[in-house]
Design a binder for this molecule. Structure first.
Ligand SMILES: [Fe+2]
Length: 302
């Protein structure tokens, strides 16, 4: 069945009425003093009206859309950002990142920020442990921060955060504890190292309106296992990224479209009894290790 058969053909008069309305609304932003705001609003109106007309939105659907967005707002507070989740599952976050972080030579690729970063993470020493009691298998993470010519970047700020092995970030705990997040600085040779926990897959929070949308679409809320990084250094483009676990079966169907092949790393299992770096006593527990060499693009990169 063609679109016109399904929806009834729109008469030329009706077409004209709809298109004139869209043009009138776009023109109402024509005197916006800020040229960028004018561009954004006029393009938004053009695409919004094209969408409404393409799907022939019913009044009942409009009402449901308003209720949905209202629920997204009501679910959002200081510790939960349902709008970022919505942007993430629509691929809008990943598209914005892709537009704004074009591949630059051999620089490490960016991916989604996600809703779980918070300012003010604890500082940890090189070789320290970010877990702070979060459940999970210990994981030794090490690497270098360098520019695209391989020159080390000393004193780069490295923020890291991740979910525990039950799939929860500390902000989802009831007791306000800070765990599985921290920041550290690369040393004079651009090197860094710390203990974390081996990433495990987790669902994005699905008890709210975004979760209901995913359920209605038959989509899984699961994210491929990952460890978040944000790396900042003077003169370089800030890098927001994750590393993923090679072999994770969710790599091909991450719910927020965040996986890039170049970010999939080998988290090598270290059986119980393997000598442990940094003299840490793991009381015979198994652990894993991963190497992640970070390459920063210059601030002038597109
Ligand atoms: Fe995450």
């Amino acid at each position: 069945m063609s679109f016109d058969q399904q929806h009834g053909t729109v008469s030329p008069d009706q077409e004209e009425r709809e298109s004139q309305l869209a043009e009138r609304v776009a023109a109402s932003f024509g005197a916006t003093p800020d040229p960028r705001l004018k561009e954004l609003m006029q393009a938004l109106i053009r695409h919004l009206h094209a969408f409404l007309r393409e799907v022939r939105l019913t009044e009942e659907e409009w009402q449901r859309a308003i209720e949905f967005l209202t629920a997204v707002g009501h679910s959002t507070d200081d510790r939960r950002q349902e709008f970022i989740l919505l942007s993430d599952v629509l691929g809008a976050s990943m598209q914005t990142i892709t537009i704004n972080n074009q591949a630059y030579q051999n620089a490490t690729e960016a991916t989604v920020f996600g809703p779980f970063f918070i300012e003010g993470s604890p500082e940890i020493e090189l070789g320290g442990d970010i877990a702070a009691g979060a459940s999970g298998e210990p994981c030794w993470v090490e690497g270098t921060v360098a520019d695209t010519d391989g020159k080390p970047v000393p004193r780069a700020l490295i923020e890291v955060w991740e979910a525990d092995q039950d799939g929860f970030y500390d902000v989802q705990y009831d007791d306000g504890r800070v765990a599985a997040r921290g920041h550290l600085y690369s040393d004079a040779g651009g090197r860094y190292r710390f203990w974390a926990i081996t990433p495990t897959p987790y669902p994005i929070p699905y008890d709210g309106p975004v979760g209901r949308l995913l359920a209605a679409a038959g989509r899984s809320p699961m994210r491929a296992a990952h460890l978040h990084f944000m790396v900042k250094a003077e003169g370089f483009r800030t890098l927001v990224t994750h590393i993923f676990v090679r072999g994770d079966e969710l790599l091909g169907r991450d719910s927020v479209f965040g996986v890039r092949d170049s970010l999939v790393m080998d988290f090598t299992p270290q059986p119980s009894g393997t000598p442990v770096p940094n003299g840490r006593d793991l009381a015979g527990r198994a652990w894993s290790r991963v190497r992640f060499d970070i390459v920063l693009a210059p601030a002038s990169a597109p």
